[in-house]
Structures are given as C-alpha cells and as structure tokens.
Design a protein around this ligand. Sequence first.
Ligand SMILES: Cc1ncc(COP(=O)(O)O)c(C=O)c1O
Length: 331
Amino acid sequence: MSRVWKETSILNQGVFTVSVASKSRLVYLSGKMVPESEAKISIFDSAVMLGDCVTESTRTFAHQPFRLDDHINRLYRSLKVARIDVGHSAEELTQITSDVLEANLHAQRPEDDCWIVHNISRGILKHGPSAAQRNSATVMIFTNHMDLRGWARYYTEGCHAVTSMSRAIPAQSLDARIKNRSRLAYTMADAEARLVDPDAQCVILDVHGNVSENKGGNICVVTDGELKTPTTENSLAGISRQTVLELAAELGIPVRECRLQMYDLYTADEVFFTSTPYCIMPATRFNGLPVADGQVGTITKRLLAAWSQRVGVDITAQAQRQLDEEQGTCS
Ligand SMILES: Cc1ncc(COP(=O)(O)O)c(C=O)c1O
C-alpha cells in the first residue's frame, strides 16, 4: 500500500515541504506487528506517567544495522539497572528487531538509511501504594527514516558548542549509562544553550564543572594529537564514542578517557560530538570563541573518513545529498 507523506521541517530559517514516496511502516508493540498509524499506548503507561522507559537508537548503514549487538547489550544493562523485565531474551529481542527492520526496509530508498528505536517501559501503572505493582512491560520497536539534513553543513562548517546553565544529573541520582527516555534535563540544557545561539549544540557540565555530554551525544577533544573524552562516570557509554575510540586506535591516534573542563575545550585543537545519527559532528566554536583556527580539524576528518570506509557509506555525502535534494540543487 503505497502512499505519499509530507514532511515539513524548518532548516536554514526557511520552511520546506518535502514529498517522500513511502509505504506504511510496521511497528512491534508488545507482541504484535501493527501498522504505525495504529501503534498506540495507554495514557496510563509508565512511560507517559513517569518517563519510566529505557531506550536504544540504532542506525543502519546501507540498510544493515550498525553494531546492533552492542545496542541490545546496552539495552539489557539499562533494563537490569532500571529493574524492568522486558519478557524476552536478548536473542529473541534481536530477532524481533531484525523482523521489524526487514518488514520496513521496502519504505527506504537504497541511498538512505533508517533508525531502529527500542522503547521499553515498565508497563501500565496500577494504582496503589507499591511502585512495583505494574503490568508487563510495554515493548515498542519501530523504524524511521534517517533524516540527516539538519546535520549536513556541520560536517564542513562545524557547529557552535555552548555550555548550558543546567548541570548533568549526578550518577548518584541517575547513572548516565542507563539510556532512558526521561529527557527533560537534556531538553532544558539544549534550550538553554540555544538562548546564546539558536543553532548551538549544548555541552552539559556535571555538578563539579567537568564536561559530561551533549543532550544526545558524547564529546571529544583533540589536543596535541591526543584524543580525549570524558569517562562514563558522567556520560553515556555511547556506541559512537566507542567506535571513535576504536578507529583512533586503528589510525594510531593516542586516546585517553579522562575528566575535562571548559578550559580543555577552549584550548583544544579540535572538538567534536559523537552520536548514532550523525556519527561525528565537528564543533568549530566553543562559547563564542573559535576552536583553534575555527576550521574542521584534520583528525576529525580522518576519523570520519575511516568510519565511512568501515561501513561502506560516505557519511557526509549521504547527509549532503539529502540537503541538496531538499534545496533542489541535486545534479
Ligand atoms: C545523552 C546521550 N549521550 C550520548 C549519546 C550517544 O550515544 P550513541 O553513540 O550510542 O548514539 C546519546 C544518544 O542518544 C545520548 O542520548
């Protein structure tokens, strides 16, 4: 059943309407495959009522899931610490995930890729004194088109990294390694950074003033040829961060996981973010000052090229092509 859907986005201060030929996608919802338009959860679900939901976002490259096992393993670690019983083994969940992807790949153009998202909540809340009195988990697995247009120009221009006013939730309260959907703190940090520059990407500090992470990404700096990134005492153990550490090792670039302060970003030769959709996003300004000469750094470019080579997809070209299509400048 083919249909055309319209997607409106605000990019480069303009409003564009893009028509994308698509077919209706299927979603896995607690034991059933249902059309996306019929995938509904209760307003009493713990995800809605409490933000009580763990999550994963995986992406494909050339329609192949990237490091799915690592994402599933991290999901099970989050589930365990959050004490949510998903009701499936990791093997079963991996199979279901592959089925969802398989069922939806027809909606994806060969040159594009997609997200695979897992949201697992504790289930529908039962009224009563015990927070543990709940039904079985709500398991949501869906795919979505990977829209990279918003990141495209950062690969060449770099973005503006800005510290937020709010600090990261300390691990004593909520360990950043639990990838969860309670996103209010991250959303506020993002909004605060955008008060300084509407186009800013936030750098969230922890309560001690150490650099932690971005609302949806990890942070790396390169100084005197050495790549440094905060430890996971205050940031998610990002799969992209891990990929960068591995690629750096392959390229002979020394790496160190350590505490970083704002000073380290101000004085770095290169700064970049890492996250599943964009992989590596260079930052060429930090709090209004240029990072080094204000250009995307050599090591950042080498890492991006090595990542593209590893997955067989030119990461920057894929994003740029989507942007060119939107702007009608595609040859
Ligand atoms: C808070 C936070 N930090 C870091 C990341 C990067 O993790 P990954 O590289 O696994 O996408 C994410 C991803 O969503 C995130 O939400």
